[in-house]
Design a protein around this ligand. Structure first.
Ligand code: MG
Length: 256
């Protein structure tokens, strides 16, 4: 599959969709608290998206190799869960947890993608550092987005920033092109070599999403076919924005 360059008209729609997605995800973030179930967060996200007249793009999405479509709007991944946790009314958030919320939105048939990891009440200093470092890694990756640079420059920047912290960078999951579909080419790993991979061209829309573990980089997949978790049970964080490649500074589209 070739990389799709978006037209100015498409970019306008994606920009509006990104703003709506950021609005929803930030409201869901405000709901995170001890005693709230992961299903409560999903219900709220669905309600907000439906009120806007848009669609949650992960709901019923079938990724490659999945045996059944994804059953919710929001991915909610708690503590050692890395990504794609399925909301559950019996999964109650506790003080000290960290929870990753990941949401895709379809606005006028075009797609945006965003994630963040949020603290539940007071969290440990090591969890705080994990969240701060992962969020900063996202912005380091975004900063490497310049027309003429290559995909490998993004992964290289993220990897160089994260390595000294001795965290595990998840390698089996990655960022991706987005816009006409939930996932498009190119595949954007959170590690890489400078100057390698496809060239960044204005009009490309990409989701950058470092997934960083407070231990091993290795992950396992639960029997539900979706939930990835760290192999050593240590916590994991995830931050994601949808980005437009321009002639100059990268534009963060998933922003209010
Ligand atoms: Mg994504």
């Amino acid at each position: 599959m070739a990389i799709i360059i978006k037209t100015p008209e498409e970019i306008k729609i994606i920009r509006e969709g990104g703003k709506r997605l950021a609005t929803v995800l930030n409201k869901v973030k405000e709901m995170v608290a001890p005693g709230i179930s992961t299903k409560d967060l999903d219900d709220y996200a669905r309600k907000l998206i439906s009120e806007m007249g848009d669609y949650p793009s992960f709901l019923n999405y079938s990724p490659d190799g999945a045996s059944k479509p994804y059953p919710a709007a929001l991915c909610v991944s708690v503590n050692d869960e890395v990504v794609h946790g399925i909301p559950n009314k019996d999964r109650i958030l506790q003080e000290g947890d960290i929870v990753s919320i990941d949401l895709g939105l379809k606005h006028k048939n075009l797609f945006t993608d965003m994630a963040m990891t949020v603290s539940v009440g007071e969290i440990s200093s090591s969890s705080k550092k994990l969240l701060e470092t992962t969020e900063r890694a996202l912005y380091v990756g975004i900063n490497a987005v310049r027309a003429g640079n290559r995909i490998g420059d993004i992964g290289h920047a993220i990897e160089s920033f994260v390595r000294p912290h001795r965290y595990g960078i998840v390698e089996v999951l990655a960022g991706h092109g987005v816009g006409k579909a939930v996932h498009e080419d190119p595949y954007i790993t959170n590690f890489g070599k400078k100057g390698m991979g496809e060239k960044l061209v204005p009009g490309m829309v990409i989701a950058i999403e470092p997934m960083i573990n407070n231990g091993t980089k290795n992950v396992t997949l639960d029997k539900d076919g979706y939930t990835f978790r760290t192999a050593d049970g240590k916590k994991s964080a995830h931050f994601e924005h949808t980005i437009l490649v321009t002639e100059g500074e990268p534009e963060i589209l998933t922003r209010i």
